[in-house]
Ligand binder design. Structure first.
Ligand SMILES: [Zn+2]
Length: 188
């Protein structure tokens, strides 16, 4: 449709028609994507007692042209927002941890095992632990989240005041528009 649009004459009626069609196609894709991440987030929240995520700077990562398309395509940002929304709705803590070294460190012994993005398997030369790259990173993220949770619970016990809300939002505060959007009940 993009190709068809560029072949039409400027200012012509056909150009308007083509532009309209293209716009509607983009709208359809974006709605479908949001629908998918919304359902996925609800499923993840409902089938777990705690959800740990990496506090990724998605806006900065999209600036990397090699990653931009796959990140935007997967709707990471929306997914994170839905996770936090359903987390509050169902009372499941959603904990964001710092993404530093989550994929580089060994989740079994803690030693640093340097790998590039194309290295898909984590093989630790220190302790012999072998796991998929994402599996190893996920274990590190969960460990960091549990540690963070333990620290927070310890602190609230000492303070013994205020509310003990277990929903943690990392540095990335959602925008005003995102907040108002999340107040709306999702279509089931
Ligand atoms: Zn190891």
């Amino acid at each position: 449709m993009q190709r068809r649009l560029s072949r039409t004459q400027k200012g012509g009626q056909n150009r308007n028609k083509a532009r309209n069609k293209l716009g509607r196609a983009h709208l359809k894709v974006s709605r479908r994507r949001n629908d998918w991440v919304c359902k996925l987030a609800q499923h993840v929240i409902q089938s777990n007692d705690l959800v740990a995520v990496e506090n990724l700077r998605i806006r900065n990562m999209v600036k990397n042209h090699h990653l931009a398309k796959s990140i935007s395509d997967a709707g990471w940002y929306k997914f994170r927002e839905w996770l936090e929304y359903f987390g509050r709705l169902y009372g499941v803590p959603v904990i964001a941890v710092e993404p530093a070294y989550t994929s580089q460190n060994c989740s079994n012994c803690g030693e640093k095992v340097v790998k590039t993005l194309s290295t898909r398997t984590h093989k630790c030369p220190h302790c012999g632990y072998v796991a998929g790259r994402d599996q190893n990173a996920a274990e590190n993220i969960l460990k960091a989240a549990l540690k963070q949770l333990a620290n927070t619970v310890g602190q609230t016990e000492i303070n013994a005041s205020g509310e003990n809300g277990l929903c943690f939002v990392g540095e990335t505060q959602p925008s005003k528009s995102a907040r108002t959007k999340r107040k709306r009940k999702p279509k089931s």
